[in-house]
Write a protein that binds this ligand. Structure first.
Ligand code: SF4
Ligand code: SF4
Length: 274
């Protein structure tokens, strides 16, 4: 009993010393300014992270060119982060016309990434949530009035152009446009990712292209059919096919064997009754 108690005390002291040794090492590194990637505490955002683990689950990114709108990610997500709509493009293939990920709900479990059959969903090593363009997508804050604001392709392109500009270069119209979409108060750090790939005009264009393609295909089929019919008519009437020889008649079946005659009654040799 006493020995077990002493053993527990020794283990506690050992783990305390190990922890303090690690803390002390990082403290000395930070005091010397040599922290680098090994430092645990950094003065963010002045000192952004320099080393991020390979398995970091950062922002969700959907490479929508590969997305087939199968809803597998939507089904796998335990907290209902996804809102998506699909459209058929000019080649009659499904593509996302809307693909929104509500990161305010996301628990970064990665289940959606594992469920995606086309590997179009992935998680980046990027983790900052400030309104910015991280190379593939936009993260921005929305307050309750802004939740319904949709971003179509033109909006995304405009946002991309604006975030690449210095603040001083923004026009009043640009600032007003951004204010409608970005919550500067930072109270609702939602990072909802709105991406519409079809504006109504683009959708009409895609529909028209698909319809034209279908008409061209039908017209080509009709022309081929007419050509075949004309060629058949030019070749003249089709000669009658010779009658097929009659099949040989089946041999007559032999007459049925007559039944054997009934035996005659034996003559009465008893003389009979007088
Ligand atoms: S990481 Fe998890 S919670 Fe986040 S969107 Fe994917 S499935 Fe949903
Ligand atoms: S699982 Fe992948 S392919 Fe299917 S809808 Fe989600 S992102 Fe698109």
């Amino acid at each position: 009993m006493i020995l077990a108690w002493i053993h527990d005390v020794v283990e506690a002291v050992q783990s305390c010393v190990t922890g303090m040794r690690t803390t002390g090492r990082f403290l000395v590194e930070n005091l010397k300014g040599e922290g680098g990637g090994a430092a645990v505490t950094r003065q963010y955002p002045e000192q952004p992270a320099e080393v991020v683990g390979d398995r970091q689950r950062g922002h969700l990114v959907n490479d929508t060119k590969r997305c087939i709108v199968c809803h597998a990610c939507d089904t796998a997500c335990p907290v209902d982060c996804f809102k998506m709509d699909g459209e058929r493009d000019a080649d009659n293939k499904m593509r996302a016309s809307r693909f929104d990920i509500d990161l305010s709900k996301c628990i970064y479990c990665g289940l959606c990434v594992r469920a995606c059959p086309t590997d179009s969903l992935s998680m980046t090593a990027t983790f900052e949530m400030a309104p910015q363009h991280d190379g593939k997508r936009f993260l921005f804050r929305r307050n309750s009035k802004q939740v319904d604001v949709r971003l179509d392709l033109h909006d995304v392109e405009r946002l991309e152009r604006l975030v690449a500009m210095p603040r001083s270069g923004l026009s009043d119209a640009d600032r007003a446009w951004l204010d409608e979409r970005i919550d500067e108060r930072g109270q609702h750090l939602i990072g909802m990712y709105g991406l519409g790939y079809y504006t109504p005009e683009m959708k009409a264009e895609a529909d028209a292209q698909r319809e034209a393609k279908k008409k061209a295909k039908d017209a080509a089929a009709a022309a081929a059919k007419a050509k075949a019919a004309a060629a058949a008519a030019a070749a003249g009437p089709t000669p009658a096919r010779p009658a097929a020889p009659a099949p040989p008649s089946a041999p007559a079946s032999p007459a049925p064997t007559p039944p054997p005659p009934a035996p005659k009654a034996a003559p009465d040799t008893t003389g009979g009754t007088p």
